[in-house]
Design a protein around this ligand. Structure first.
Ligand SMILES: N[C@@H](CCC(=O)N[C@@H](CS)C(=O)NCC(=O)O)C(=O)O
Length: 301
């Protein structure tokens, strides 16, 4: 299912959708006439998408930004998820710099959204030694902070995530799907707060004791809440609805932050939560994500 329109000067005229035939993908083409953007969208044979980046299973393919955006048309992108072509040319020339520490923590979900979208960004990983000198240059003296186009700073990890989810159409298709995405976000924030009760403890023995306690109490509690939400709001391997949303990446990141995917020692706790486990398997084989997971810096948290 792809959005469809021809030579529309207003994106809202491209709300109609069409079913493509087998082997076709969605495309969007944008040209500029003076200051006006002209949109065409619909189904396209894969061959017309240019050399695929990732694979047909990936979210965005044929996104050879350099080659395609340098010349007319200004943007010509293809993608495969249902209805995915409404916003694939929207990011235009936005530039992004993500400021965070050199670990996954509250910054990793933003990194993964950019990787999923094939959106270039500068991943600035601040050393702890440098932090005190620059802390008070950030709006709320904490990071992550996303700098957009060198002029706007967005603080609060989940505000950054929601901004990108809206921008890339990853927030769900209906108000109820969005409510499920929001529930998963807020539950993950609570889960992460519980993780921090052990993750920030430096003393190894105390850390291990608190972590063991977490694995028996808070971990099953929050994994159960997340699994229930996926059961109620998701279909198949998707966390919400029947298409990819930011919730799929969110679950990947925050389950990993809890370490429940690999502990307790005898068997992964996650095995008890089949919807979360299936969703995780699906996410890690998405080509852009698989490539990122194989190449990202390895950090303990
Ligand atoms: N609610 C904020 C919390 C941000 C936060 O606490 N960031 C930590 C790193 S995860 C930080 O900047 N710590 C350094 C400091 O407080 O000086 C968010 O979600 O972005």
């Amino acid at each position: 299912m792809c959005h469809v329109c021809t030579s529309a000067t207003d994106l809202s005229s491209c709300q109609a959708t069409t079913m493509c035939t087998a082997g076709q993908v969605c495309f969007t083409e944008v040209s500029h006439m003076g200051n006006t953007s002209v949109y065409s969208m619909g189904c396209s044979d894969l061959q017309q998408c240019g050399p695929p980046v990732g694979s047909i299973m990936g979210p965005v393919i044929g996104r050879s930004v350099d080659a395609r955006q340098a010349a007319a048309p200004y943007c010509h992108n293809c993608c495969t998820a249902p209805g995915c072509n409404l916003n694939i040319c929207k990011s235009g020339n936005d530039t992004y710099r993500l400021f965070y520490f050199d670990f996954r923590g509250r910054g990793e979900l933003t990194r993964m959204i950019f990787k999923y979208m094939d959106q270039p960004f500068t991943d600035i990983r601040i050393n702890f030694q440098d932090w005190p000198a620059i802390k008070y240059t950030f709006p709320q003296y904490v990071i992550p902070v996303l700098e957009v186009d060198g002029r706007v700073n967005i603080t609060q990890s989940m505000a950054i995530v929601r901004y990108l989810a809206r921008k890339y159409d990853l927030y769900g298709r209906t108000e109820m799907e969005m409510a499920y995405v929001d529930q998963l976000i807020e539950t993950s924030v609570d889960f992460f707060a519980a993780v921090q009760k052990f993750a920030l403890i430096q003393d190894p023995q105390e850390n291990a004791a608190k972590k063991a306690e977490f694995m028996k109490t808070d971990a099953p509690k929050y994994l159960g809440f997340l699994d229930d939400l996926v059961k109620a709001g998701g279909h198949g391997h998707f966390a919400v609805g029947n298409a990819f949303t930011v919730a799929d990446l969110l679950l990947y990141v925050y389950v990993e932050a809890s370490q429940a995917q690999k502990t307790p020692i005898e068997s992964p706790l996650l095995a008890n939560y089949t919807r979360l486990a299936n969703n995780r398997k699906y996410v890690e084989q998405i080509p852009n994500i698989a490539a990122y997971l194989a190449s990202r810096p390895v950090t303990p948290i």
